[in-house]
Design a protein around this ligand. Sequence first.
Ligand SMILES: NC(=O)c1ccc[n+]([C@@H]2O[C@H](COP(=O)([O-])OP(=O)(O)OC[C@H]3O[C@@H](n4cnc5c(N)ncnc54)[C@H](O)[C@@H]3O)[C@@H](O)[C@H]2O)c1
Ligand SMILES: [Zn+2]
Length: 365
Amino acid sequence: MGPDKITGVSTTAISLAKSRCRVLIGEGLLQQIGNEIRRYVSRRTCGVISDSNVAPLFADSVTESLTSAGFGTTLIAIPGGEKSKTLRQAGTICDRMIAAGLDRQSFLVGVGGGVIGDISGFVAAIYHRGIPHIQLPTTLLAMVDSSIGGKTGVNTRDGKNLIGAIHHPLLVIDDLNALKTLPVREFNQGFAEIVKHAVIADAKMFRMLQSWQATEAVALQQLIRRNIQIKSKIVAKDEQDQTGERALLNFGHTVGHAIERAGSYRKFLHGEALSLGIIAACAVSIKRAGLPQEQRDAVVDLLHRFELPTRLPPSFPRPKILDALKFDKKFEGGKIRFVVTPSIGAANVTTSVTMADIREAVDEL
Ligand SMILES: NC(=O)c1ccc[n+]([C@@H]2O[C@H](COP(=O)([O-])OP(=O)(O)OC[C@H]3O[C@@H](n4cnc5c(N)ncnc54)[C@H](O)[C@@H]3O)[C@@H](O)[C@H]2O)c1
Ligand SMILES: [Zn+2]
């Protein structure tokens, strides 16, 4: 199910009403980025933030295109990977931007996966009290999930995303060609979030995924578009993450995050841990929300289709998963707010789930 066979598609645009964010999805967009951005931004200077894996692949095209469209451009590349998503690294980026003469009339472009999206968005939120942010996601996960919704931030010693801001990008540009260099494992982990979206909100997309072939760009383009719509619709109902609607997006994440943490963030990629978390959430949903067993089995089959893990390896430190659950933000105040699905395509938050239910679900993995 590799990303290398994508061919032929024309650009599609989505406007996300509430956040005023515009998303373009197409091929070869990174090479035309300057002119595209010129249509939306009247500013003259920008910083381009990327990482050490992505910059050698795409930074030249992006900066050349920006420069030829008349933008003064400063490229800042940081080391690739989650370890770069820190307050210290955000500070270093700010210092370099100041040294390059970028000011409150500048804007910031993030070129990379979710790590770059989150840290560049955070810097854009705080630099001169906020400058416009443009995201050029280069992973499937970033296209269907992290670039949408306006959450930006960095990790601290004690946990992920503990410091951040809501700062919606002005523009998101998804170039399908960028996915061609993405390792297959990274590509597949994006499908965990896609399956999550299908389970919580879109039974039709779930059925479509059951016979999915990643050979046509147009199919991938439509799939990304559909996922952006699902996420942005949920986010629009709960922009500041306060009414609980946005919590539906956490489906599978309670146990998923705990598995990531128990594996010291090395054993599983986020989407892989999420795959297991989705299966645990389905087990809880059978017990507490009446999810039919055969629908749970269909979810497991679908995750397996995208080469995502559906069982914990025997050597995995299972007790650590339950220890890690207490770090979860959803456990604040001692009450468990757990997202369940009564049937594929629907989800709700419940407080009826007990720690024993979760332990049982983890034991089954
Ligand atoms: N803000 C949100 O709402 C939100 C939602 C979900 C996840 N996130 C965050 O996103 C991050 C995970 O995102 P990710 O999975 O994209 O991780 P990532 O940004 O670390 O990218 C994964 C790896 O792939 C490399 N890479 C990226 N694009 C590539 C390409 N086109 N070709 C080759 N290599 C490429 C990167 O250098 C990195 O090594 C986490 O920090 C997570 O907290 C944020
Ligand atoms: Zn996730």
